[in-house]
Design a binder for this molecule. Structure first.
Ligand SMILES: *[C@@H]1O[C@H](CO)[C@@H](O)[C@H](O)[C@H]1NC(C)=O
Ligand SMILES: *[C@@H]1O[C@H](CO)[C@@H](O)[C@H](O)[C@H]1NC(C)=O
Ligand SMILES: *[C@@H]1O[C@H](CO)[C@@H](O)[C@H](O)[C@H]1NC(C)=O
Ligand SMILES: *[C@@H]1O[C@H](CO)[C@@H](O)[C@H](O)[C@H]1NC(C)=O
Ligand SMILES: *[C@@H]1O[C@H](CO)[C@@H](O)[C@H](O)[C@H]1NC(C)=O
Ligand SMILES: *[C@@H]1O[C@H](CO)[C@@H](O)[C@H](O)[C@H]1NC(C)=O
Ligand SMILES: *[C@@H]1O[C@H](CO)[C@@H](O)[C@H](O)[C@H]1NC(C)=O
Ligand SMILES: *[C@@H]1O[C@H](CO)[C@@H](O)[C@H](O)[C@H]1NC(C)=O
Ligand SMILES: *[C@@H]1O[C@H](CO)[C@@H](O)[C@H](O)[C@H]1NC(C)=O
Length: 376
């Protein structure tokens, strides 16, 4: 009978272990991805798309950009010939400044990451600023940035997705084109293609649209968005579609995200340099995408056990310019919604939460196994 008891205790232990293991595995929401509806332009149907990975940065909570594991400040120079402007450009980490909310009293609306274009030349170059996502594996996705533009003429603020000079999706804001007396605020939407590379002019390729924003982009933050799916690109401002592009210039490769604020004096594009230091302020970036890495596809297959289970796929809240609680919404701000994602430790505690859960599960298991085997 002694042997029978031991076997029974062992069986209970095994069942308990399986129980704890599965409790650990179903801990997270969104393990099968993040979904959004895309399409619906000119009567075309809207379709739901699911993305497996995310990259979210709330710059209102970022204290130190140099410690962030999602974004890399750029440092390089380009000559005036390479820049095809009157001046060269000096990309400087010093032109990028984190300014979390509440850090300075009374700076309310000015909080966020600042990308500065300086008015004073250094060695014939305009001091400018750029940050890039470390991850280079951003395939199809929905890429969103909340930004406030400068009202000082002479800079180009750009939010773009980049693989190479012929696979690039751009939203470019030229501050010299803003005119508050006639309420004209254009944004230049571009797919850089082989044709635009050949002529250095995208405007003649059919993949260049100058859209007018229905608001003044220099007075408030607004969300600019690029949705890139198979064969199609959609551009948005505050959730409203500005333009759609399809055909041969739509990229086919994975790429990375770039935020840039620059000037090279080219009268046909950025103009400038600006008369005073000019600031582009970024409130957040939220990117939901599929990864091109086989490791990430394998991770997804490992954690997504039933895509039809409740909360296995999470709806991405879409900012419509009104519901400001969507601006404050980050999956990475909720402990169990970014399980197995690579969000930076700087602006979320999710990896600590995961480790904490593991400790709880293991601790519980050993306490309970002691009880089952009659240790206590
Ligand atoms: C995730 O956390 C939320 C609250 O933060 C909770 O409502 C939900 O039940 C949790 N989901 C799982 C699967 O634990
Ligand atoms: C992203 O990957 C998932 C998993 O492979 C797939 O179900 C989904 O359709 C993909 N999304 C797009 C937009 O291709
Ligand atoms: C850029 O140019 C400046 C001024 O000439 C120089 O001090 C700096 O080292 C250069 N930076 C790089 C990355 O080459
Ligand atoms: C960009 O990448 C695509 C796909 O790999 C390639 O066909 C094209 O030649 C590349 N363009 C440049 C400018 O290198
Ligand atoms: C408004 O001003 C811009 C230049 O600042 C000009 O290009 C545009 O044609 C003007 N629009 C109207 C409706 O006057
Ligand atoms: C802005 O628009 C007004 C009205 O159309 C025009 O008179 C003015 O010249 C424009 N300003 C600039 C800088 O183009
Ligand atoms: C391609 O884009 C054009 C212009 O926006 C649009 O009219 C057309 O419906 C699009 N085609 C597809 C297949 O989405
Ligand atoms: C505003 O957005 C939040 C977060 O997504 C959501 O919970 C809430 O229901 C939305 N409110 C309205 C009025 O749509
Ligand atoms: C995701 O989970 C897999 C399997 O547990 C693990 O190998 C991988 O390192 C995890 N990745 C991240 C970013 O947490």
């Amino acid at each position: 009978m002694e042997l029978w008891n031991r076997c029974w205790a062992f069986a209970k232990l095994f069942l308990l272990f399986l129980g704890f293991l599965s409790a650990g595995l179903v801990k997270g929401d969104c393990e099968c991805g993040y979904s959004t509806n895309i399409g619906g332009v000119d009567g075309a149907p809207k379709r739901e798309y699911v993305f497996t990975d995310l990259l979210e940065t709330n710059f209102l909570r970022l204290n130190d950009i140099s410690a962030n594991t999602d974004w890399q400040r750029q440092e390089f120079n380009i000559s005036k010939d390479a820049a095809r402007g009157d001046y060269g450009e000096m990309f400087l980490p010093a032109g990028i400044e984190a300014s979390p909310a509440g850090a300075k009293s009374g700076d309310g609306d000015d909080s966020g990451l600042k990308l500065v274009v300086r008015s004073g030349l250094v060695d014939g170059m305009v001091p400018v600023a750029e940050i890039d996502s470390y991850r280079p594996d951003l395939s199809f996705g929905s890429f969103r940035a909340s930004m406030k533009m400068t009202d000082i003429p002479g800079t180009c603020a750009a939010f773009f997705w980049y693989f190479n000079d012929t696979q690039e999706i751009d939203m470019e804001f030229l501050s010299r084109e803003f005119n508050s007396s006639n309420s004209t605020y254009p944004v230049n939407l571009v797919l850089q293609s082989r044709a635009s590379l050949a002529t250095h002019d995208a405007s003649s390729t059919g993949y260049f649209i100058k859209a007018n924003l229905p608001f003044n982009p220099t007075t408030d933050f607004h969300e600019y968005r690029i949705d890139y799916i198979h064969g199609q690109v959609f551009f948005y401002a505050d959730g409203a579609v500005l333009a759609q592009m399809n055909g041969s210039a739509v990229p086919t490769s994975p790429g990375h995200l770039v935020l840039q604020h620059w000037s090279n004096g080219n009268a046909l594009w950025s103009g400038g340099p600006p008369a005073r230091d000019a600031v582009l302020t970024v409130e957040y970036v939220k990117a939901y995408f599929n990864s091109s890495l086989s490791q990430r596809a394998q991770d997804w297959r490992g954690r997504c056990r039933d895509p039809y289970a409740e909360n296995a796929v999470c709806d991405i809240p879409s900012f419509d310019g009104k519901n400001s609680s969507v601006r404050d919404w980050f999956f990475s701000g909720h402990g169990n919604m970014t399980n197995n994602q690579t969000v930076s430790n700087e602006n979320s505690g999710s990896s600590l939460v995961r480790r904490g859960e593991l400790v709880t599960v293991m601790g519980g298991f050993f306490l309970a196994s002691g009880w089952v085997t009659g240790l206590w």
